[in-house]
Design a protein around this ligand. Structure first.
Ligand SMILES: Cc1cc2nc3c(=O)[nH]c(=O)nc-3n(C[C@H](O)[C@H](O)[C@H](O)COP(=O)(O)O)c2cc1C
Length: 280
């Protein structure tokens, strides 16, 4: 698919065909996309665990659910869990990845990069982030995950940035593979018990993945607040001028699509509920 239509066709899918498996090749394609996402401060933060729903017990499925993640967890055949490993910061402090990129002509003297700068200045800069005195609990006392380790707030922010970028690469790759996907919160304490991930891994919302159980339009593109309230130029309060001709071009390229709700959406939702044995 063209990039603009991938963006345009992405929406959070909450009805999946529960019986239709996702080909392993498509899952790998999504992982390959994540693998190529940008890397904050050259830190190899991202870790991913792929879980096939049918390998979990009914009890495990139940404990993963939250008030906002219910039937879609039962329907999606694949879950892709994203993490950022805080242990990845330590090698970055030694400047290992910076040095590698210097040797490849990616980071260059034109921009101040030398071996000494990589280890002394840039590596040291990451060390100050890691050791920063502004510290917060790694685990929040929500979702059954009790507070323990205290970590640098800025390091945690970088880790979560890395996860967010990985999640977005995954979502767009899923759409490009003709799949439906949704990021969805799960009970982190339950996920920890099931997946057994290390304490240094920062968890986040997994991506539920499968073939669409609803139409790919899924009732239309979902609402956003007015463009002018979110995008500015020069200074806050001065909206970025939204050129109508560009909007028209993006409509033609399928990035901007008809907004929700389509006139038939509520009938579709009732029909889906009956088809999948869910409450309507
Ligand atoms: C990090 C993250 C977590 C989310 N968790 C949930 C969730 O737990 N349940 C849910 O129904 N949707 C969840 N969503 C999806 C949002 O509700 C959705 O993105 C939003 O309604 C906009 O709709 P769209 O994705 O179709 O454009 C999550 C989205 C993000 C980015």
């Amino acid at each position: 698919m063209e990039f603009k239509s991938v963006v345009g066709w992405r929406r959070s899918i909450r009805f999946f065909d529960p019986w239709r498996e996702v080909e392993r090749e498509k899952i790998q394609t999504i992982l390959e996309a994540i693998y190529r996402a940008p890397r904050v401060l050259e830190i190899d933060f991202v870790r991913v665990v792929v879980v096939l729903r049918d390998e979990l017990s009914a009890d495990e499925m139940q404990t993963l659910k939250t008030p906002t993640t219910t039937a879609q967890l039962d329907m999606a055949p694949v879950y892709i869990f994203f993490f950022a490993d805080l242990e990845a910061i330590e090698p970055a402090c030694r400047g290992d990845n910076f040095r590698q990129l210097i040797n490849m002509g990616v980071l260059n003297p034109s921009h101040g990069w030398t071996e000494e700068f990589a280890v002394g200045t840039a590596g040291q800069y990451i060390r100050t982030i890691l050791d920063d005195e502004d510290r917060v609990p790694l685990r929040l006392p929500v979702g059954g995950d009790s507070a323990t380790q205290i970590v640098s707030r800025e390091a945690l922010r970088l880790a979560r940035t890395a996860i967010g970028i990985a999640q977005e690469y995954a979502l767009l790759a899923a759409v490009d593979e003709g799949l439906g996907a949704q990021l969805s919160g799960v009970n982190v304490g339950a996920a920890r018990g099931i997946l057994g991930f290390p304490d240094t891994w920062v968890p986040s919302s997994p991506m539920l993945l499968g073939y669409h159980g609803e139409t790919i339009e899924a009732g239309g593109q979902r609402p956003r607040e007015p463009f002018e309230e979110d995008f500015f130029e020069l200074r806050y309060g001065h909206p970025f001028y939204r050129e109508p001709a560009v909007v028209d071009r993006l409509k033609a390229a399928e990035m901007i699509q008809d907004p929700a709700p389509f006139s038939w959406r509520m009938d579709e939702v009732r029909g889906l509920a009956r088809k999948f044995g869910l409450p309507d």
